[in-house]
Design a protein around this ligand. Structure first.
Ligand SMILES: Cc1cc2nc3c(=O)[nH]c(=O)nc-3n(C[C@H](O)[C@H](O)[C@H](O)COP(=O)(O)O)c2cc1C
Length: 206
């Protein structure tokens, strides 16, 4: 299929931008996201403002330790992470971010965002950022995207200023309700969101 809407030059669109990155507990996709963030950090003048969910701050898993994610972010030269609701709140009044992404975004965070629940730093940041009518990009990775979370996905796909990294079924046989974002399209999707566009095609075939 033809990729008709790739952003011609995402580097130049993203130059000089302040990008908020809300990281939530999809631990299996964390390294892929960190790899993409490292690439983004090389764009001149781009600054990365991480915001970490409570679970990303405290849970170790077979995919890595909580402290490793923070060390990696420090190592790539990201700003000091926002770790609490009060730390993230000024994103709204100070208009701190040009664009924000939630990457990776869990089913848990997707559901709360769709329902207007703001009980953690990433959700606080997203709420504060959206209040300024600025773009929010979601890199969704969840086993229930076509199940319990399908309604929330549909709701957010139809919400102003919310965009998605193209996503697809990663294992239709063993995990028929699972969808995962295409990490390689994250920079393109971010540049498109900055321009108020959804990168197409939004459905990805793995
Ligand atoms: C090893 C491991 C991997 C996980 N991967 C995912 C995932 O890919 N997607 C998802 O929605 N939840 C995943 N979870 C569950 C979330 O971490 C859990 O729902 C948590 O409450 C999310 O909190 P947060 O959205 O505030 O970060 C995983 C949990 C563990 C322990």
């Amino acid at each position: 299929m033809k990729r008709n809407a790739k952003t011609a030059d995402w580097q130049s669109v993203l130059q000089g931008k302040t990008v908020g990155v809300g990281l939530t507990g999809s631990f299996c996709t964390m390294r892929q996201v960190l790899g993409q963030l490292r690439q983004l950090r090389e764009i001149p003048g781009l600054s990365l403002q991480p915001i970490l969910s409570d679970n990303v701050q405290r849970l170790d898993s077979k995919f890595g330790k909580a402290e490793e994610w923070q060390a990696d972010l420090r190592d790539m030269g990201a700003e000091a992470p926002m770790l609490t609701i009060p730390a993230a709140e000024p994103i709204g009044p100070a208009g701190m971010l040009d664009v924000m992404m939630i990457a990776p975004c869990t089913g848990n965070t997707l559901a709360k965002l769709a329902l207007g629940i703001t009980d953690g730093p990433v959700l606080m940041a997203a709420k504060a950022h959206l209040r300024n009518e600025k773009p929010l990009l979601i890199a969704l990775a969840t086993n229930d995207a076509l199940g319990a979370n399908a309604k929330n996905l549909g709701l957010l796909m139809n919400t102003r200023h919310v965009y998605f990294v193209p996503l697809g079924q990663d294992d239709p046989i063993k995990k028929p309700r699972s969808l995962i974002f295409d990490a390689g399209l994250l920079p393109d999707a971010l540049a498109a969101a900055c321009e108020g566009r959804q990168l197409q095609p939004i459905l990805r075939q793995y």
